[in-house]
Design a protein around this ligand. Structure first.
Ligand code: GUN
Length: 281
């Protein structure tokens, strides 16, 4: 039985549907992607986002600053907030250390917040209101659903507590009646938590953190981690040894990554609908 969860396949199905819907609109959607600095991983992610915009028929405006004063950056974002031809705004993370990331993200209008990272959207998510859902967390839920992974009553361990992935995912899985354990860098006995889990989702960026002995037979394993070592990409999971025990498992690359980018496109379309009062927020 093929146990590989194929994010490329699932994202390509969503892509075809999105393409059709986007081409049927009267207006062209526009997404602004803002990057500060020259983080190598960010360069790669941003390129993927812009390439997919092109493929799918969304205009992209790429603003890359070597450096910029925080207040000037916020003024730029406010200009985009007030420009009705702009449907989505994304600030690629991480920002350089000197920036107040929360302040910059919260300067994005919540109706154009394609990453779902503003306090308004995260607050709405945690308060059971309609919200824009962070792309990676949304993409993982779509993968689990596509592969018919039963969630209700299942024990899930998430490793990594970021606002981008772990924390929103915790809420989304709780809403599907999972029993969720949030593990992180200070967790005392990671193995004993993981060993009890029906589903393990790891998003730490620590190469090879999840080993065979931590995984029971039949577990669904989702690897969100990406580390780049000597130009090779690794996930958090020791794939070869964990695959034997897993009932379903993602690869890195080709697992969660394509889902993050396609969900960004979906969120851009959702933002457009919200701005046109075709959808509530
Ligand atoms: N950096 C890594 N992943 C992401 C993401 O999904 N959105 C943004 N804005 N930055 C990121």
């Amino acid at each position: 039985m093929n146990k590989i969860i194929d994010g490329k396949l699932v994202s390509s199905i969503i892509k075809e549907n999105l393409k059709k819907e986007i081409s049927s609109l009267d207006e062209k959607l526009t997404l602004v992607v803002i990057q500060v600095g020259n983080n190598e991983a960010s360069n790669i992610y941003v390129n993927k986002k812009i390439n997919l915009c092109n493929e799918i028929g969304i205009n992209s405006i790429y603003k890359k600053y070597d450096d910029i004063d925080e207040e000037i950056l916020i003024k730029e974002i406010e200009k985009f907030n007030n420009d009705s031809s702009i449907n989505g705004i994304l600030v690629q993370l991480p920002l350089p250390d000197s920036f107040n990331t929360k302040k910059v993200i919260n300067s994005i209008s919540y109706k154009k917040d394609v990453d779902g990272l503003t306090s308004i959207n995260l607050g709405k998510l945690y308060n059971n209101e309609e919200s824009i859902i962070p792309c990676t967390a949304k993409g993982i839920m779509k993968l689990l659903d596509y592969y018919n992974v039963l969630l209700e009553g299942k024990k899930v361990s998430i490793v990594g507590r970021s606002n981008l992935v772990g924390i929103p995912l915790f809420k989304l899985l709780l809403d599907r009646n999972c029993t969720v354990t949030m593990c992180h860098s200070k967790t005392k006995d990671l193995k004993s938590s993981l060993k009890e889990s029906d589903i393990i989702i790891s998003a730490t960026g620590k190469k090879g953190l999840i080993t065979r002995v931590m995984v029971k037979e039949g577990t669904v394993v989702i690897d969100v981690g990406i580390s780049r070592i000597e130009n090779k990409i690794y996930g958090d999971v020791c794939f070869d040894e964990v695959e034997e025990r897993a009932s379903l498992i993602t690869k890195v690359p080709g697992g969660v990554g394509p889902m993050t980018v396609i969900c960004l496109m979906e969120n851009t379309l959702d933002c457009y609908k919200i701005q046109k009062n075709m959808k509530n927020l």
